[in-house]
Write a protein that binds this ligand. Structure first.
Ligand code: GLU
Ligand code: ZN
Length: 477
């Protein structure tokens, strides 16, 4: 095995958004290829015509590009390899390894009642000699014999008794090859040396190996010279991802789409750094490390087999840290997808260092700075009610700050003293005195550091906005 060149593949099915688990699988394959001088292949497993959509294929490409996981070969599309699967089907039939079956779920229930689901397929059609035809699936015949052993780098040897493997379907009644067939044929033809994928596929692996045994020798002669992986590939089944309740991550319950994280403004290097930690960790106290460091340090055999907690809060925390560590210009540029032209404006460039200290995701930037760009403040009703309309100190504080804003030196420090003095007069602390001022200026109770923002907004705008808020109060707004 060791002198065989490393060829790994990431083989997603385009049936939905790009799942964080798929991204982790892609990353581990990519890392393994990069560090062994091997080849990383992208293969789109699009044989399930009912569930595949072209937009999900595009989603896979763009998510991988965003994460920085370029591929060396492909993208291959299974839908373009039909002739390979046909050759495999001929080989299965020719070698007496398969038979046609017209059983339906109902016919199994008729034969076995409630036991049907537990029993699985009962071998009813094994000796019936059915030929191909509508409504007939092709099954692979699992004869008694040696147990099937999956050699797994992460889990060690996993043994499956043949008696636990039913005669499984390889071609659906519709004529489409089933996942397990297309998957194994491609792995043979592409000379895959290591299969690195989620542990949800472990139960299918013994079926794949039975097919491999039968097909590998035959496909080479049918399809001409194919890449030779020198026997079975090595396997690495990656741990399942779970949420805080230790439940398997689910599309319905948990935020699992890479697209969503991208839209919320997670940085790709944080995302990929966090994905690496889902089953593996670098030595020492470090957490998020760069792709380059990972290439040096990642070890497939160090991957853990117990479920990995996908901790969105932790990811968010890492993201906030990385945002604070950016230089302000890069931060401002990174905000462009959310702010458009405004990202390049003078006023945003001045605000950027303040905003950086308060956001954990880039999508939080626009609501924090939109007050800079519109003459009229858009008041959030709850903030207005809490800090202004329903606050008995608001009027006194606002009147005092409006008055002092006309004369104090226009610097954050002096502005702060003026607000503190207004609070003192009203008998409240600085933090309390800030709230109505912040709402008068920005429309909200949360935002970037206030006094620096006031300095940037400018004396005139500050006075005008406070006066407008006072007027709104009097008119019962
Ligand atoms: N296409 C399969 C899936 O998306 C993965 C196949 C594999 O990695 O072997 O679940
Ligand atoms: Zn049958």
């Amino acid at each position: 095995m060791s002198n065989v060149p490393v060829r790994v593949r990431f083989a997603p099915s385009p049936t939905g958004y790009f799942h964080v688990g798929s991204a982790r699988t892609a990353l581990y394959n990519w890392l393994f290829a990069r560090q062994s001088g091997g080849t990383f292949i992208l293969r789109i497993e699009d044989t399930d015509t009912e569930r595949n959509r072209e937009e999900w294929v595009e989603g896979i490409y763009s998510a991988m590009q965003w994460l920085g996981l370029g591929w060396d070969e492909g993208p291959y599309r299974q839908s373009e390899h039909r002739s390979h699967y046909d050759a495999a089907i001929d080989a299965i039939l020719g070698g007496g390894h398969g038979y046609y079956c017209d059983c339906t779920r109902e016919s199994l229930v008729t034969r076995h009642g409630e036991q049907a689901a537990v029993l699985g397929y009962d071998g009813h059609c094994r000796e019936r000699g059915l030929g191909p035809g509508p409504g007939r699936a092709l099954r692979f015949r699992v004869d008694p014999g040696k147990a099937v052993v999956v050699r797994d780098i992460i889990r060690g040897d996993v043994t499956f008794e043949r008696s636990s493997i039913e005669d499984f379907v390889v071609v659906k009644a519709s004529g489409d090859p089933l996942f397990v067939l297309a998957n194994v044929v491609d792995d043979i033809v592409m000379g895959i040396s290591h299969v690195i994928r989620g542990e949800d596929l472990l139960p299918t692996t013994p079926k794949g190996l039975l097919l491999w045994e039968v097909l590998a020798p035959v496909l080479a002669s049918v399809l001409g010279p194919i890449e030779d992986s020198g026997g079975f590939p090595a396997f690495a089944h990656l741990p399942m991802l779970v949420n805080a309740k230790r439940q398997k991550l689910s599309k319905r319950r948990d935020p699992v789409a890479i697209e969503q994280y991208r839209e919320e403004g997670y940085l790709p290097e944080v995302m990929v750094g966090y994905l690496a930690l889902l089953g593996w960790s670098p030595k020492g106290d470090r957490e998020i490390i760069s792709l380059d460091e990972m290439i040096g340090e990642f070890r497939l055999e160090e991957v853990n087999h117990s479920p990995a907690f996908f901790d969105v809060e932790k990811l968010c925390h890492f993201n906030g840290e990385a945002i604070r560590a950016m230089d302000p210009d890069s931060f401002a540029e990174a905000c462009r997808p959310w702010l458009g032209e405004r990202a390049g404006s003078e006023i945003f460039r001045r605000m950027a260092p303040l905003v950086q200290t308060r956001v954990a995701r880039l999508s939080e930037a626009p609501p924090m700075v939109d007050f800079l760009f519109s003459g009229e403040v858009a008041f959030d009703p709850a903030s207005w009610e809490k800090a202004v309309a329903g606050n008995s100190h608001a009027r006194a504080v606002l009147e005092s700050v409006a008055a002092s804003s006309r004369r104090v030196e226009w610097k954050a420090e002096a502005i702060k003293e003026a607000v503190a003095a207004a609070g003192e007069q009203a008998g409240i602390k600085l933090a309390k005195a800030q709230a109505p001022v912040r709402v008068a200026l920005t429309g909200r109770t949360v935002g970037p550091p206030l006094f620096e923002s006031m300095e940037i907004l400018g004396r005139e705008a500050v006075v005008a906005r406070i006066e407008a808020a006072l007027y709104r109060m009097s008119s019962g707004g």
